[in-house]
Design a protein around this ligand. Sequence first.
Ligand code: 5AD
Ligand code: SF4
Length: 456
Amino acid sequence: MQEPKIEETAPIVLHFMMKKRVYFYTYGCQMNVHDSEKMLGMLTEGGYAAAAVPEDADLIVFNTCAIREKAEQKFFSQLGRTKLLKRRNQDLKIAVAGCIAQENKAGIFKRAPFVDFLLGPQNIHKIHDVVSGEGQCTAFEDSVDIVPGPANPKRGDRFRAWVSIMQGCNNFCSYCIVPYTRGREVSRPTAGIVDEIRRLRDGGYREVTLLGQNVNSYRSDVDFTGLLKKVDAVGIDRVRFVTSHPRDISTDLIRVMADLPSICEHLHLPIQSGSDRILNLMNRGYSYSKYLDKVHFLRDTIPGISITADVIAGFPGETEEDHRATLKALSEIEFDGIFAFKYSPRRGTKACDMGGHLAEQVKAERLNDILLLQEEITLRKNKLLEGSMQEILIEGRSESDIELLSGRTRTNKIVTIADTGEKEGALVSVSIERARLHSLEGRNVATAGGSTQIIQ
Ligand code: 5AD
Ligand code: SF4
């Protein structure tokens, strides 16, 4: 006979033991990272716990990226490996979310019949319903509301947070799949954004990054400049935003960035090419000289600002001369850093159907030219910071040397310092001792928020 005590506690123990576990693979941009945080939040509310490794999971979610073929290949090869897990564990469920799901829809089931659930980036709020369904379930409707239903993301970081301000993109740059997978632009109402940031501030967050494919075209109760003013007034230490479009970034916005203390002195402003002919084919809506004007105005108005960009090598029809124009632009502008990619044809985009696609070898050589030139520039620019004082926000241990701590300057440069007990989330004043290509070496001088402590 069972003791009554055991009868009372058994259902609770059983419930705990039965809690389902979910593991996420996330590919691509910050938007996807944050979408995964939102999906994990919703699943947690629905009774799931995070699994530390895929082998422990009852549900594996792939949040996919379709921007370049390489990202697609990475996902499909991981999906192939996960099939083996499913062979060992018949109860394992697999969900594919994000841009590849949206682009291929049920085509994913054909290619990988062992997948159980599919949902597009505009339907992430349905994750719990979808994974609770019987058989193969999908969710792909176009959503008009940026946060349909409550979104309570389970954030991966305790001091830096992503905040969505809009979804979708109306630009249709000719190479880009995003407008097809994430739909049209919808701005999130201002009050909800400000509220979320207030709650983050109260929860001890130091930094927020406002997210949208083209934040400069944010338009709700206020425009983007108005939003930045409201966000600054919340009183969080650091505010960043991505991504800006060179056509839409206004002198007014640049002045506001300069005036508001929390807005960090960094701008990611994808240039894509230095050739007007290619910019035109890309449907970017600006010329190189217009882009350069904005860079000059940024640097005149916000001293010390760092500017980074994306560059595409080997767009269809790109000639040697066009390529040289891009190299010249890099030399002239001297970005603090760039992300450069070989052009990757995306089915359904205008560029994919253009003539003059280049051989992989040519694209690779051009990418190499771009990267080598930029490395020289980045190192040179970093060296200019030697001897300067910077404020860094400690992120944790350095990835390259676990003895060191690592943080970021307001200009988004990585700085490593000796571990003298600073906690994650602390703002520390450092002097820059040595510049390297990917990071700076600093020396702790003072930690903000406590007594000003000099560490020799
Ligand atoms: N091929 C290569 N790079 C691309 N990007 C977007 N689409 C493509 C493509 N088809 C790059 C752009 C963009 C960044 C997010 O990805 O540079 O700014
Ligand atoms: Fe793609 Fe251009 Fe929209 Fe960026 S602005 S997501 S590159 S279409």
